[in-house]
Design a protein around this ligand. Structure first.
Ligand SMILES: O=P(O)(O)OC[C@@H](O)[C@@H](O)c1c[nH]c2ccccc12
Length: 260
């Protein structure tokens, strides 16, 4: 376990057995079936015209930065993102490194109308059903944590539950695997999840290799309007932003300032 991603994934896998015992899959399936229908995540991104399509992330802490935001009022943050003009939200549910919680997703969803991406480390089919049972509209699949079979199976399950899939890559080999999936949403993470280093050049380099029928979502390390303009010119059409906005007291104003 030399890098952060492997450590997190190992921890996730170790939690799974307990979770499955506490909440057996059939019960979870029933919960998922009882949820309101998924809101269109991809559709909401595609509906944005004339300004940047932003996915506003609700994130309290991160492995690279520690605590990011002290005053963490989820409904207030969620509604501020709406008022600021975000197209979608992303909610961290990972508890140990990001201080997230499953409840944060449920609370955010009850607080506003935008589609929500469940941001976590999903490596097992159980977690896909769990995401829908929590009310997620979309899930993140991280190619660096999955082989191509796992990615394909998890994607199929997510689609069966009516959720959109954002597949995350950070190099050429992962992009090649991601393009074999059905989802049109290709997230390019500027942060290397193994070393935690951030380079906007990652989006610039990889976006060029994404066919025109896919949609590039630039992720991580975006801190200004000019970063968004720069990556849009490189081919990104949506932007996933957490820390920059989470550090601002006024989330609505910070969102507006970024997307115009
Ligand atoms: O806070 P930032 O640098 O704006 O990044 C947001 C988002 O891209 C980042 O939280 C993220 C991208 N991929 C992930 C996978 C797991 C956990 C977190 C992430």
């Amino acid at each position: 376990m030399s890098d952060t991603l492997s450590e997190i994934v190992a921890y996730k896998r170790s939690q799974l057995e307990t979770k499955k015992r506490k909440m057996p899959l059939p019960i979870l399936e029933a919960k998922a079936a009882g949820q309101q229908a998924p809101r269109g995540f991809r559709a909401a991104l595609m509906a944005v015209h004339g300004r940047h399509a932003l996915i506003g992330e609700i994130k309290k802490a991160s492995p690279s930065k520690g605590l990011i935001r002290q005053d963490f009022d989820v409904p207030k943050i969620a509604r501020a993102y709406v008022n600021g003009g975000a197209a979608c939200l992303s909610v961290l549910t990972e508890d140990k490194w990001f201080q997230g919680a499953d409840e944060n997703l449920q609370i955010a969803r009850q607080s506003m109308h935008l589609p929500i991406l469940r941001k976590d480390f999903l490596v097992d089919a159980y977690q896909i059903t769990e995401s829908r049972a929590l009310g997620a509209d979309a899930v993140l699949l991280i190619m660096a944590a999955l082989n191509s079979y796992e990615a394909r199976d998890l994607e199929m399950m997510a689609r069966d539950h009516g959720m959109d899939v954002l597949v995350e890559v950070h190099d050429e080999a992962e992009l090649e695997e991601a393009l074999k999936l059905k989802t049109p949403l290709i997230g390019i993470n500027n942060r290397d999840l193994k070393t935690l280093e951030v380079k906007l050049e990652t989006t610039e380099r990889l976006a060029r290799q994404v066919p025109g029928d896919r949609m590039v979502v630039a992720e991580s390390g975006l801190s200004s309007r000019s970063d968004l303009d720069r990556l849009k010119a490189a081919g990104a059409s949506a932007f996933l932003i957490g820390e920059t906005i989470m550090r601002q007291e006024d989330v609505g104003a910070a969102t507006k300032a970024l997307i115009g």
